[in-house]
Design a protein around this ligand. Structure first.
Ligand SMILES: C[S@@+](CC[C@H](N)C(=O)[O-])C[C@H]1O[C@@H](n2cnc3c(N)ncnc32)[C@H](O)[C@@H]1O
Length: 232
């Protein structure tokens, strides 16, 4: 992986805590033009085991609220303590649809490999939490071309049924967000191969399953989509 920025996080720690394509590689590309300043309040939505939360605290000195559903706040607190960032990062065990924050609380909302395809979810649940001008920056798995309603049959044995529904194209996502954000950008990420190869190199049973899926895909369908903008 590119160690220029994430070099201050131990490689072993990264591979132990990855839950999919390397979130630090993805975050670097996602935040290439971001202007995060120490003390800003940042929501890391669907933070998983908190790799991106640790990075945000160490790299930018921002105050991170690390929200996740599957990973407990206690487990994440131990990790944040072990990295020396627990003064800056608050772990929260919570559903993204039921977050306990005041409207306009965040300077930035960031999310890697969590966002799904629920229509109007951003407008109803996420956008209100951002300050005016606040940064929204997310990356999620997507599709290069439209696969709905007839996904390629040869991929069905490899793609989880609930995931197929969430994997959409840039053209599908654009209208969901564009109307709410200034400086809007959406693109297919350049880091796809690197982020995936770091994940596939992990000794993780899920990564082994994903390796079979990626081989079958052969670069035809799957991509990573990034989307950024500032609240109107
Ligand atoms: C593939 S993992 C990615 C974790 C992390 N962002 C990363 O890239 O390493 C997806 C994460 O989304 C979280 N998630 C799924 N549904 C959620 C929900 N409704 N609210 C909050 N988090 C959710 C899961 O708990 C899981 O940790």
């Amino acid at each position: 992986m590119n160690t220029e920025k994430s070099g201050h996080i131990q490689k072993d720690f990264i591979s132990e805590n990855m839950m999919g394509p390397n979130s630090l590689i993805i975050l670097e590309e996602l935040l290439e033009n971001a202007d995060l300043k120490p003390g800003m309040r940042v929501l890391d939505l669907g933070c998983g085991k908190g790799l991106t939360s640790v990075f945000l605290a160490k790299e930018y000195g921002v105050r991170v609220f690390a929200v996740d559903l599957w990973i407990s706040a206690t487990e994440n607190l131990h990790r944040f303590d072990s990295c020396g960032v627990s003064e800056l990062v608050t772990p929260i065990h919570c559903d993204a649809g039921k977050m306990p924050f005041a409207d306009g609380y965040f300077d930035a909302i960031i999310s890697v490999d969590y966002f799904g395809n629920k229509k109007n979810f951003f407008a109803r649940k996420i956008n209100p939490l951002l300050k005016k001008g606040g940064l929204f920056a997310v990356s999620f798995p997507g599709m290069k071309t439209e696969i709905h309603p007839d996904p390629p049959k040869e991929m069905l044995p490899f793609w989880p049924a609930d995931a197929i529904d969430k994997w959409q194209t840039i053209g599908w996502w654009k209208p969901e967000f564009e109307k709410h954000l200034d400086n809007f950008g959406i693109w297919e990420m350049n880091c796809f191969e690197k982020a995936w190869s770091d994940w596939l190199a992990c000794k993780n049973p899920y990564a082994e399953e994903d390796a079979v899926m990626l081989k079958a895909d052969g670069g035809r369908f799957m991509n990573l989509i990034a989307l950024t903008g500032n609240k109107h």
